[in-house]
Design a protein around this ligand. Sequence first.
Ligand code: T46
Length: 134
Amino acid sequence: TVNAVSIIEIPKITDEEGRGNLSVIEKDCVPFDIKRVYYLYDVPSDAYRGGHAHKALFQFLIPLSGSFDVILKDGNNTRKVSLNKPNKGLLIVPGIWRELENFSSGAVCLVLASDVYDEEDYVRNYNEFQLLKS
Ligand code: T46
């Protein structure tokens, strides 16, 4: 369910001499082995990304820069999460419909994924998603 989607705080090291922050993701930060990394950038503010679910893929979304909203649906409930802190990522478990929107200017969404790209793992039709959920 959408309640299984969670925010994970990424450790942040604030420099004591004012040199800014450093955040680090090591293997135990996310509950899967990272097999792929990709990122969304130069997204127009009126663009909409996602609009699908994954059958088995776990993903961890990090707003490296700027902000955007993630709409999550499990067939019964909808939840909206705004991501805007580079040290707070969103863990999306399999079986959740996701839509990304409202990208700020210069926003960058880094995604860590539990597997390589496989179009067979996508459910891109919302009616089909609802059927699978019922
Ligand atoms: C997701 C959201 C957050 C590849 O060839 N390799 C890849 O690893 C990916 C992710 C995509 N592609 C191709 C497939 C399409 O022809 O790139 C094109 C755009 O992909 P898509 O329309 O799926 O992009 P988004 O931003 O709607 O969705 C992506 C991920 O696909 C998806 O898993 O959860 O970002």
